[in-house]
Design a protein around this ligand. Structure first.
Ligand SMILES: [Fe+2]
Length: 206
């Protein structure tokens, strides 16, 4: 095949995937697109997306803490907690998506990657190793408490500055789900006899 034929054949091949492409990012983190027909001013969307990203980083951390707990749990309550932790994990996955997409629709940029989440979250980093059930439950409850506290502040602020959609998302989807999960966890930390009921006299003396 002549050089000319090779060249002409190469120009007709256009099914080659164009891999290894790089370019500058199209929107910087911490910014919002200028003109969106949402009837929400740019400063409102900037403030809301910043606070929602904090909520997102904490929720992603809680989500992962649930999977860690699901994998590493042990002891007599293994099976029920193994299932419960995974149920809560799946619910947190939905919440994460809801928060992230709210940030995007407000014109912002959602935090996404583990390293960025780790730098942003206020939830304490757990050890890599396994911990006892009461410690696992305490860590999860502390994480919920941080998120619930932020939900209340963020919901009030969203309402104050006219972002009703964010207020609704935070109250209806994030706050309520977290409150319910706290209840399910907390009930496992009540001291209850497993086989023998405690005699009234014994209970009084203790
Ligand atoms: Fe699993």
């Amino acid at each position: 095949m002549s050089k000319k034929e090779v060249a002409s054949r190469q120009t007709t091949i256009n099914a080659q995937p164009r891999i290894h492409q790089h370019a500058q990012e199209i929107q910087a983190y911490g910014t919002v697109s200028h003109a969106l027909p949402l009837d929400l001013e740019e400063p409102v969307r900037l403030e809301m997306t910043e606070q929602l990203n904090q909520l997102l980083a904490d929720t992603m951390t809680l989500r992962d803490l649930y999977k860690k707990s699901h994998w590493q749990v042990t002891g007599p309550t293994f099976y029920q907690l193994h299932l419960l932790f995974d149920k809560h994990f799946n619910e947190q996955v939905e919440i994460v998506d809801g928060i992230a997409e709210r940030i995007q629709l407000l014109g912002g940029v959602s935090i996404a990657m583990a390293a960025d989440v780790a730098e942003t979250t206020r939830i304490q980093r757990p050890p890599r190793g396994r911990e006892e059930v009461p410690v696992q439950l305490s860590r999860l409850l502390e994480a919920h408490q941080i998120i619930i506290g932020q939900c209340r502040t963020l919901a009030a602020r969203a309402s104050e500055i006219g972002d009703d959609g964010t207020n609704d998302l935070v109250v209806s989807d994030v706050l309520r789900a977290n409150e319910l999960q706290v209840w399910f966890l907390s009930e496992h930390l009540v001291e209850m006899p497993l086989v023998h009921a405690q005699e009234p006299a014994v209970r009084k003396a203790s």
